[in-house]
Structure formats: C-alpha cells, structure tokens
Design a protein around this ligand. Structure first.
Ligand SMILES: Cc1cc2nc3c(=O)[nH]c(=O)nc-3n(C[C@H](O)[C@H](O)[C@H](O)COP(=O)(O)O)c2cc1C
Length: 396
C-alpha cells in the first residue's frame, strides 16, 4: 500500500525521521556536505585499521540476556563524577564542529542539554567557550585541553573555560604528534578550510554548505591563534611531545575541579594517571585518528576496570554506534560511553535537530536493549551479560 505523505513535517524533519540508525545518518551526512568535510570527520589514521577495529570490537560483542526480570520501567540515568546524567553517554570533543554544520558546537551543546548529558568542548573548537556558555547556558559543559608547548597560554585558556562555567577538564594525551590522515592529505584539506580550485568545483554540488561557510562568522579555531595550514602542521606547532606524568601534577595544581585523562589504553597507564590525581580514566584511541593498528578501547575495558577498582570513573569511546553498544560497554565496566562521529553525522545531516535524532536513536536503542537483556537499571548490566572476543596470546 502506498502511504500518504506525513503531514506537518518539514522536509528536514522527514529526512531525519527516515534515518533509523546512525548509519542512515552517516549516509545522509555524506550527501549533505562537501566530500573533504565528510572525509575529515569520517576518516581515520593511515590505513584506517584502528577505526575499523573500534567498530568491529562492538560488532563482535555477544550479549547474554537474563529473562523473567521485571523490565516494565527502564532507568537509564546515572551519576558521572557526581553529575546526574539521563544517559550513560557524553558528547566528546570534536574540533571545528562548525565545519560540519553552521549550528556547530552550540547546536551540539544544546542537544546534549536537552538529552540531559554532558558536552565536551574541544580546544580545537570553532566556537569559543564563552559563546557556548552564552548560547547553551543549561548545558553540563566540560572542556578538553592538550598539553601545549606554551604553558602560560594553556593556563589562560583553562581560566577562560572555568570562568565560562565549564566544570570538568578533559586532558587528551594521545596526540604527542599528529596522526597521519591520508584522506585529508589527498583532499588537500586545510584547517580552517580554504577555497581551492577543487573546492570551488564542489560549490555547485553543495551550495547551501558553501553559502553558510562564506557568509557566516568565518570558520576558524576560536580558542587558539592560527594561520591556515594542514592539520599536521597546526597540531605539531602547538602540542608538546615532551609531556610526561609530571605535567599532570602541574595541571592538577592549576585546576581545582575534576580532571579526566583521555587517550589511555593500558591498565598500567590507567593506574599511573589515577595515582597522579586524575578523577577518571577515558579509554580512547581518538576514534582511530591517531595511532594505526591500535587496540580497540572496548577490548581493554575489563582489564582497566580491574586495575583502577570499582569506584573509579571509567569512560570508553571509539565505535559506539547503537544502544546495544552502550549497554555492552556499561556491562563490561564503563560508567559511560563517549560518542564523536555519531553526533557529527547528525549535525551534517540536519544541524541541531540531527544531533537530537542521533541521541534519540541511541536512547531508544539503549532502553530496548536493557529490556531485552533483563536489566531495568544500569547497575543491572553485569559483566557476565557481555562476552568480548578472546584476546590473542600476543596481547597478553
Ligand atoms: C572530526 C573529529 C574531530 C575530533 N577532534 C578531537 C579533539 O579536538 N580533541 C579530542 O580530544 N578528540 C577529538 N576527536 C576524538 C573524539 O573526541 C572521540 O575520541 C572519538 O571521535 C570517538 O570515536 P567515534 O568517533 O567512533 O565515536 C575528534 C573526533 C572526530 C571524529
């Protein structure tokens, strides 16, 4: 039977309603923005083996449900370091989000606030901490930093974030040098993007994106002074490859609030940063954008949880694409998952409403998975409900 057109829905709403999983949003995103922009978000380092491994690790998970448990009311809420969150999900730091859509960081922060979850603003953001605070005042805002060569500039930025109401600092430690992004290199991608002959040819295919890019506030890094350059050059100019654990002490003395260390992958490092006063460990390989052939964070989760103890906060990211993945990560020992690409696909597909859609899909999926697993609360998601593929002997 031919269905009548859905009345009252705008074209955008219909398009988003027709996206039934994150992969649908990804396909939509791909059609909506110029190819170099899509590739910047979608791509990974080198042969993209890490990126694939992250996703494969979640695909390979086997869930073992329990039955005949009252799942008539599902509660997905949790405490993340004392902060109440409606879902065990965090929107991770993503550089230059306004490249994906003009709603950018503010749209993402607003959607996070509506979903009742934290939003992490990147140091490489295209919107300043002050503007995010002004336009998303109700958001639970966390700020991501790197260890810069220029420590005085680091301190000034941290101070700005504190004054703008950011409550938690996320120190990213997996970028001592920039990863090798072959898609960006092949596309001649610069940050901020620039008009080249190739990109001018793209204008005709994505006129709306280009009208926004050329008429709104110019795209650029809001928190750091830059010149237009390749990503590798930009990062290597700013980041300090000589940083050590001692620098965590320095950061600890500069920031009285919560500090999470993002980019840890081994149990030993997790214990080491915990011993230096980190309030939480964030397992990540930067979404497969840095080290090639890196282990998937999910694979290290049980070991890291065992190493840091039951009380420590442990977050995991990389390859989370569905509610079932969120449930699997929580069962395997995570307090929350972090998503990067899934919400940026949403942004590219439909701006702020697209982020809402991505979060709706994940929420619905989590609620359904918990019911089917026999877990009415997150605390009911137990390690024996999730079987991760066995690790190879080489991995120890
Ligand atoms: C386009 C893009 C930009 C990113 N920029 C940053 C950044 O500035 N700082 C950071 O710590 N992580 C950054 N990340 C990594 C994410 O915070 C997160 O670790 C990763 O995206 C998780 O994997 P997923 O994309 O599979 O969800 C970025 C990721 C993407 C996709």
């Amino acid at each position: 039977m031919v269905q009548p057109p859905r009345r009252g829905l705008s074209l955008l709403e219909r398009r988003l309603a027709d996206a039934h999983d994150i992969d649908d949003l990804r396909r939509l995103a791909r059609r909506r923005v110029p190819r170099p922009i899509f590739d910047f978000v979608d791509g990974g380092a080198g042969d993209e083996s890490t990126l694939r491994r992250n996703e494969d690790a979640f695909r390979a998970v086997e869930l073992v449900p329990r039955v005949l448990r009252d799942v008539s009311a599902i509660d997905t809420s949790t405490l993340l370091g004392g902060v109440r969150a409606a879902l065990p999900v965090i929107l991770g730091p993503v550089g230059m989000t306004r490249m994906a859509h003009r709603h950018g960081e503010i749209g993402a922060a607003r959607a996070a606030a509506r979903a009742g979850i934290p939003y992490v603003l990147s140091t490489m953001a295209s919107t300043s901490p002050e503007r995010v605070a002004e336009h998303a005042p109700d958001s639970e805002r966390w700020f991501q930093v790197y260890l810069w060569r220029d420590r005085a500039a680091s301190l000034r930025l941290i101070e700005r974030a504190r004054a703008a109401g950011f409550t938690t600092l996320v120190l990213t430690v997996d970028v001592p040098v920039a990863g090798s992004r072959l898609r960006d290199a092949r596309n001649g991608m610069t940050l901020p993007p620039s008009l080249t002959l190739k990109s001018v040819l793209q204008v005709a295919r994505h006129p709306r994106w280009w009208v926004d890019a050329l008429t709104l506030e110019p795209l650029g890094f809001a928190a750091i002074e830059t010149r237009r350059a390749g990503f590798v050059e930009q990062s290597n100019r700013i980041l300090d490859p000589s940083a050590t654990l001692d620098d965590l002490d320095w950061l600890r003395s500069a920031w009285p609030g919560r500090i999470l260390v993002k980019g840890v992958l081994s149990a030993e490092d997790a214990r080491a940063v915990q011993a230096r006063g980190a309030d939480g460990v964030w397992l990540s390989n930067h979404g497969g954008r840095q080290l090639e052939n890196a282990v998937a964070p999910l694979a290290m989760l049980p070991e890291v949880r065992a190493a840091v103890g039951a009380e420590a906060q442990v977050y995991v990211d990389g390859g989370v694409r569905s509610g079932a993945h969120i449930a699997a990560a929580v069962a395997a020992g995570a307090d929350a998952v972090v998503i990067g690409r899934p919400y940026v696909y949403g942004l590219m597909a439909g701006g702020e409403a697209g982020v809402d859609r991505a979060l709706d899909l994940l929420r619905q999926g989590l609620v359904r998975t918990m019911a089917l697993l026999g877990a009415a609360r997150l605390a009911d998601l137990m390690p024996d409900m999730v079987r991760l593929p066995p690790r190879s002997p080489a991995a120890g």
